[in-house]
Design a protein around this ligand. Structure first.
Ligand code: ATP
Ligand code: MG
Length: 328
């Protein structure tokens, strides 16, 4: 049987370069050799955006468009909407019977995200989103999960949940593996934090060449470099990390010239912007072509969700039988 990928994104905003290097690039490459399911995570988006559901709704088609523009082929990959698969919510409840609150409280990504968002109290839905994510993965019986580094603790938690389910009842699910992209965590334009949709520090995949240039020129650089000819410290400069991600063949030269003070930040940023624009250009062309057919996007989402729902129903039948709660 062909192995299966499940991966996805919270539909809290447009996809950005961090998504591309962390996960999307792998999805596009692997859709030829795996059965690929891509989740538009609207329920998980509501864990932080429940008071602004319109943002989530508005982003659905935009994220779908980002996928297609990045090269996700709807004939090979199944795009589906989380809230339209009620079996995920059902499996989340069953899993939540045996997941301890402490294991969620100690999840490092939950801690980081809660601190970044300034949460003093954790809502039940936010604290429990790794359980819901485990249900997303398990319901698809996925084996490989392309993700950025921040998601690795969640995949580990998923594996534990699945093992516990098997100990309690009987084996139903494969144990999934995380597949982290070439750049596990792309820094945001403000330096330090990861580039994130909700953090206002991202370059979205639909940026125009001019927007890319402006965003890069404004980005934080090595704080210790004051004058153009000062030796720079690429290891602490987000722009250098972008060269590694998007301009790998020239990154060594950039490093040398920066540390010797023979390239200024303006020139270094101009080179980088050109490379990022090379990456985005074919995506922008595909986006332009697709945007003439908005109905097709809806059809792709509807048929993908139907396919995912059929799989989810099958899995839940097995889950109920394994748990001994299939009554008739
Ligand atoms: P939000 O800020 O709303 O949480 P996000 O930008 O963190 O949005 P998610 O939808 O949470 O995006 O993440 C989707 C996928 O993209 C995950 O696999 C995540 O690890 C990956 N990803 C997101 N940001 C980055 C990044 N900066 N570097 C590498 N991978 C990333
Ligand atoms: Mg996130």
């Amino acid at each position: 049987m062909q192995e299966r990928i499940l991966t996805g994104d919270r539909i809290t905003g447009k996809l950005h370069l961090g998504h591309y290097v962390g996960s999307l690039k792998n999805r596009v490459e692997l859709q030829n050799s795996y059965e690929c399911f891509v989740l538009l995570a609207d329920v998980q988006a509501l864990t932080t955006h429940f008071d602004h559901p319109a943002i989530v709704c508005d982003n659905l088609r935009h994220v779908a468009m980002d996928y297609l523009a990045a090269g996700i082929d709807p004939n090979r990959s199944t795009l589906f909407i989380q809230s339209m698969i009620p079996e995920i919510a059902e499996l989340t409840v069953y899993f939540s019977m045996f997941v301890t609150v402490n294991s969620l409280r100690h999840n490092p990504t939950i801690k980081t995200e809660a601190a970044e968002r300034g949460y003093k109290q954790l809502n039940y839905g936010f604290l429990g989103y790794p359980v819901s994510q485990a249900a997303d993965i398990a319901i698809c019986r996925a084996t490989l999960i392309p993700v950025g580094e921040d998601q690795v603790p969640h995949i580990e938690q998923t594996r534990k949940i699945i093992r516990r389910f098997h100990d309690l009842y009987r084996p139903v699910f494969p144990e999934p593996q995380a597949l982290v992209g070439d750049i596990p965590r792309l820094t945001g334009l403000d330096g330090g934090r990861k580039m994130g949709k909700s953090s206002g520090n991202a370059i979205s995949l639909d940026s125009s060449p001019q927007q890319v240039k402006e965003l890069i020129q404004k980005a934080v650089t090595d704080p210790e470099r004051i004058h153009k000819n000062d030796p720079g410290h690429p290891d602490i400069c987000p722009i250098y990390s972008y060269h590694q991600a998007f301009n790998a063949p020239q990154a060594d030269d950039i490093y040398k010239n920066c540390t010797q003070g023979t390239i200024g930040c303006f020139e270094c940023k101009t080179k980088l912007a050109a490379k990022i624009n090379e990456l985005l250009e074919p995506m922008n062309e595909r986006r332009e072509a697709i945007s003439n057919y908005p109905k097709q996007i809806d059809e792709i989402l509807i048929s993908g969700t139907e396919r995912a729902r059929a799989l989810a129903r099958e899995t839940m039948q097995e889950v109920r039988e394994a748990m001994g709660i299939a009554y008739f």
